[in-house]
Write a protein that binds this ligand. Structure first.
Ligand code: PLP
Length: 542
């Protein structure tokens, strides 16, 4: 022990004090200064034309891990991450149309930073106090938005839509095989049902829940990427005849590529009648609305008054959408990704049940049920969540965004996205060698073919759907669609040409054939009709 040190404090008191002062005491000026520098860097980046700011250096990232030896300061923290901060795209450009990812809004930033400053852990009330209360508030608000009639909602924020869907699947397993949480699947074959247009996260959950991906059955869709209900009914009958346990049906409200929407009321009717016929336990009807939930903002928009002066086509879309959105009330549970079209920060996904008793099924073991009082599960989500430690960014982002952008603000943002998608469909449709593949889908995305000039894309599509085309021919057309996409990518000018993406299967498979397509998703509020006209121009120039 050194001279002058107090007993029990073997370390140099001065050094430890320095660490505490630098890293565990808020130096407001320094924090603000660095934050300001990061904001300045972002501002500078946004003036640059290129959308791919820096090339990656994976080799060194793996071969040369680094840790500074001597304690430093907050600027070292800045320096350690700065090249990666600079090299990361914030997706704020209006030319970003390639996927279901929008720019995060700044009200969400305020909420998220407030959350990070306190760093609550939502696992139990004692670690999160009013943040836990905020989660309840955010869940109830979102529940009211999507379930037209909320009986008794409950839910939690999760790491993402995949995990929210997993909760839906898990509750279904517990419903048809009570006690599976404790006993496991006990050799029973469990199946789940989705549509061809469903997100691949459903396969993830089938694998992770121990059912096996082979036991996830997908039902073909119609040309609006909506599950074919006759085929669904036949399949359900077949499964029960074979004595299978059907744990869940996951309906899609807004598929990731084409924005197809399943008929949730129709699915509910079929489940109820078939289940009754066989005298079996009802599967969970979960709705994957990860991408599509924001369309519910428009449920309350007055088409008659049309305050935003929306086009006739979009008004018609809103009327149809409302009918489909109202059907979410027939579901048992729903997935909402606020980090998609809520324009919030990651992670901001919510899993919401319509009847809170369903949450009971997620308790760790049956022995714990006596403790399942209202107070307990309100205060201690860790009793039923998949995670133990859980961030509160979701609730903070949601409440900050909803209460600053407001219902009307969200209506404007979503309606704008619909206007842009509608305009794009109309413009593409004018080109004889192009074909919009999701003309009947009602969301903010467009998937289409571009074929070489001289081809009649609409006719080719008709022939394909009616089965009047050979495999050799359609493979050649598909190759052309891909080749022209790559060609545009190679010649595009990032200063004026939007970034599009390519899907190898847009969700509708006529005759079992997966349709490749160009894809644009209108999640960025800044994207305007000029951007779209330039897309059309770039297609004409190919
Ligand atoms: C994005 C998406 C998911 C997955 O959500 P993550 O938050 O990325 O895990 C699931 N379903 C649909 C329809 C989606 O669009």
């Amino acid at each position: 022990m050194k001279k002058g040190a107090k007993e029990g404090d073997a370390m140099e008191e001065k050094d430890l004090k320095g660490l505490i002062e630098t890293f565990f005491t808020c130096n407001k000026e320094e924090v603000l200064q660095i934050f300001n520098e990061l904001l300045n860097a972002m501002e500078a980046e946004e003036t640059l034309a290129t959308v791919d700011p820096m090339s990656r250096n994976y080799e060194t990232a793996q071969s040369n891990p680094e840790i500074n030896y001597i304690p430093g300061n907050l600027k070292d923290a800045r320096d350690a991450i700065f090249p990666f901060f600079w090299g990361t795209d914030g997706w704020y450009s209006k030319y970003h149309l390639e996927n279901v990812k929008g720019p995060a809004n700044y009200a969400s930033l305020i909420g998220s930073i407030a959350c990070l400053l306190k760093n609550p852990n939502l696992c139990v009330d004692t670690y999160s106090q009013r943040s836990n209360e905020l989660e309840l508030k955010a869940i109830t608000t979102l529940a009211n938005l999507v379930f037209y009639h909320t009986r008794n909602p409950w839910g939690m924020f999760t790491m993402g839509g995949t995990i929210s869907n997993l909760y839906g699947g898990k509750i279904g397993i517990e419903k048809v095989l009570p006690g599976a949480m404790k006993t496991g699947l006990a050799g029973r074959q469990i199946v789940g049902i989705v549509s061809h247009a469903a997100h691949y996260s459903n396969e993830t959950l089938a694998g992770w829940l121990g059912m096996g991906t082979d036991n996830l059955i997908s039902i073909p869709t119609d040309d609006a990427c909506s599950m074919d209900l006759d085929l669904f009914e036949n399949e359900l009958n077949r499964l029960y005849k074979e004595n299978k346990l059907v744990a869940f049906v996951i309906a899609t409200f807004g598929s990731t590529d084409a924005f197809g929407i399943d008929d949730i009321a129709g699915i509910r009717r079929i489940i109820d009648s078939v289940v009754k016929k066989y005298g079996v336990r009802s599967p969970q009807l979960h709705v994957d609305a990860a991408a599509g939930w924001p369309l519910c903002f428009l449920n309350e928009y007055s088409v008659a008054e049309n305050a935003f002066n929306l086009s006739k086509e979009v008004l018609a879309t809103i009327t149809q959408l409302r009918e489909k959105a109202m059907n979410i009330q027939y579901a048992d549970s729903v997935t909402i990704d606020f980090h998609k079209m809520g324009w919030g920060h990651y992670p901001g996904s919510a899993f919401i049940v319509s009847n809170r008793d369903d949450i009971k099924l997620l308790l760790r073991s049956m022995e714990q049920v006596p403790y399942f009082s209202e107070a307990d599960y309100r205060h201690d989500p860790a009793l039923f969540t998949l995670e133990c430690s859980r961030p509160a960014i979701g609730p903070f982002s949601v409440m900050a965004s909803l209460n600053s952008i407001g219902l009307q603000g969200y209506q404007m943002l979503v309606a704008h996205a619909l206007e842009m998608a509608n305009y794009t469909k109309k413009q593409i449709d004018k080109l004889e060698y192009c074909k919009v593949l999701n003309a009947k889908c009602l969301g903010p995305s467009v998937v289409w073919w571009v074929l070489p000039k001289g081809r009649n894309a609409k006719e080719i599509y008709r022939d394909l759907v009616s089965g009047n085309i050979t495999e050799k021919d359609y493979k050649r057309y598909f190759y052309e669609v891909q080749r022209l996409f790559d060609k545009r990518k190679n010649v595009m000018d990032p200063k004026k040409d939007a970034r599009l993406s390519f899907t190898t299967c847009m969700g509708y498979l006529p005759g079992g054939v997966a349709l490749p397509a160009w894809k644009a998703v209108f999640f960025n509020p800044k994207t305007d009709s000029d951007v779209i006209r330039q897309i059309i121009h770039s297609i004409e120039e190919l």
